[in-house]
Ligand binder design. Structure first.
Ligand code: 4AD
Ligand code: MG
Length: 458
């Protein structure tokens, strides 16, 4: 059976015959033998394969191996006499599975910029840094399911195609069954999805609420879409969101869940991906380890929006966007609050009612809502959530004010007509979490196939 390289390196049994497969990272020749470093993506470390000139294909093939070639190697694990690795594989046979012409293969041993690698979406995950990102992303995804499943949350598969624009920000991509000629003929999108106007979901929250009101504690984790034309290092047109929704919960409960979850996920990655995190600390984000320890160990500081605005006004800083009560916080404000003002992760609560969506519960002052955003160093907003408006009369009033069609959202109002309960939830931007944990600067480098304005990748 073919063994994974991480397993062979972690639990080497000396003189045992093993068979591994992988892609060549480098080849170095010495007198009478060659050292071939191979990697199969199972871990950051390469396996050093020692090939002696006695092998039948030594001159014809081994001496022609270059970065990117794929090989299958059979041999024995032996202690390595040289520095740099504890063990190595002494090859008995090396089968070249696929060549990669060094004159045209775009990846070389040297470090490539992340920007250059974005032009190679089909090859970039063969590099050390992007390979590590993929492992961290997978570990985080699994840890998210573990976190919720261990606490008895029900996973709900919410739809991708929907008629509800949850955030009401007009950022829903339209899904249409119209033919291109019909589009030009002055048709509108109002009834073009089998008789209705539909789009790609911006959030699974509204459907998750349906399940919270039948199964109490639920979560959804899937792709979401935003047709916003923002070209930043934190925005994508397609991103993954984790959205728990909990009945019999208020704003304080949901803040506690968000904080516990982030700490659980950071702990899980520090345990499972320690080797990858060392690479990020060394080559991508110096100081990352300290930031992760802070995220894991320091309590998140709670501030109301009003307190946050006061702190920003008193900061003496000049921001590109001036702050005043009533305006939304920008990334620069969010980063000031956690990086300079409290020097810890921050949860800002009770935002002005007019800058938040219709479903958030109106506070007693009728000026603010029971909203919460979790802000972290280096990123800004990682999580957005709220307690939901459970009072039929208040919700109806707010939906009318937001210009929503009450008939279309009849089902949502029914949840308040029949057995309404206080409930709350949040959405965590999965790519922002991966950025936070790896220190990767650009969100395009933490998702396999980024969709952003003006890019058409594979
Ligand atoms: O704050 P948002 O818009 O909240 C919601 O969608 C709620 N319905 C969630 C809920 O309560 N169930 O988005 C939630 C999070 C943000 O905090 C951010 O981390 C991420 O999703 N996010 C994006 N990530 C990447 N690209 C974008 N364009 C994003 N927009 C939001
Ligand atoms: Mg938000």
């Amino acid at each position: 059976a073919i063994r994974r390289i991480d397993e062979v390196l972690r639990q080497p049994r000396m003189d045992e015959t093993v068979e591994v497969c992988g892609w060549v990272r480098t080849r170095r020749d010495a007198a009478g033998l060659s050292f071939v470093e191979i990697n199969d993506g199972s871990c950051l470390a390469n396996l050093q394969v020692v090939v002696e000139q006695g092998l039948v294909n030594y001159t014809t093939e081994i001496r022609k191996l270059s970065t990117g070639c794929s090989v299958r190697v059979r041999g024995e694990m032996v202690p390595s006499p040289a520095r740099g690795q504890a063990v190595e594989l002494r090859a008995r046979t090396v089968v070249v599975m696929g060549w990669a012409d060094p004159d045209v293969y775009p990846l070389q041993k040297k470090r490539h910029s992340f920007e250059f690698l974005r032009s190679l979406p089909h090859l970039r995950f063969r590099t050390n840094a992007l390979g590590a990102v993929a492992r961290v992303r997978s570990a985080l995804s699994f840890a998210i399911h573990r976190f919720f499943q261990e606490q008895g949350f029900l996973q709900v598969h919410t739809p991708v195609i929907t008629t509800s624009d949850c955030e009401g920000a007009g950022e829903m991509f339209t899904v249409t069954t119209l033919e291109p000629e019909q589009l030009c003929a002055g048709n509108t999108f109002d009834d073009d999805f089998f008789g209705r106007h539909a789009g790609l979901t911006v959030s699974g929250q509204l459907q998750a609420e349906i399940f919270a009101l039948s199964h109490s504690r639920v979560y959804t984790f899937g792709p979401t879409f935003r047709a916003e034309n923002s070209n930043t290092s934190r925005h994508l047109a397609e991103f993954w969101m984790v959205e728990p929704e909990m009945a019999f919960c208020d704003l304080h409960d949901v803040m506690a869940t968000a904080e516990t979850m982030v700490k659980f996920l950071v702990t899980a990655v520090m345990e499972q991906c320690a080797e990858d995190l060392v690479l990020f600390e060394q080559f991508v984000a110096p100081g990352l380890t300290d930031r992760l320890l802070q995220l894991r160990d320091q309590p998140f500081v709670r501030l109301t929006y009003t307190e946050a605005v006061t702190a920003l006004e008193r900061s003496g800083k000049t921001f590109a966007f001036p702050v005043q009560w009533g305006s939304d916080l920008q990334a620069e404000h969010e980063r000031y609050l956690c990086e300079e003002f409290v020097k810890a992760s921050v949860i800002v609560t009770n935002y002005p009612e007019q800058i938040k969506p219709f479903y958030m519960r109106l506070d007693d002052d009728e000026r603010t809502v029971a909203a919460m955003d979790v802000l972290v160093a280096g990123i800004g907003e990682l999580i957005g959530g709220s307690q939901r408006e459970e009072r039929l009369d208040v919700l109806t009033r707010r939906m009318i004010a937001a210009g929503l069609d009450l008939e279309q959202y009849g089902w949502y109002l029914d949840l308040r007509r029949f057995g309404s309960v206080p409930h709350a939830g949040f959405g965590l931007g999965f790519e922002r979490l991966v950025q936070c944990v790896t220190g990767m600067q650009n969100i395009r480098d933490v998702i396999p196939f980024p969709r952003t304005p003006g890019n058409a990748p594979c």
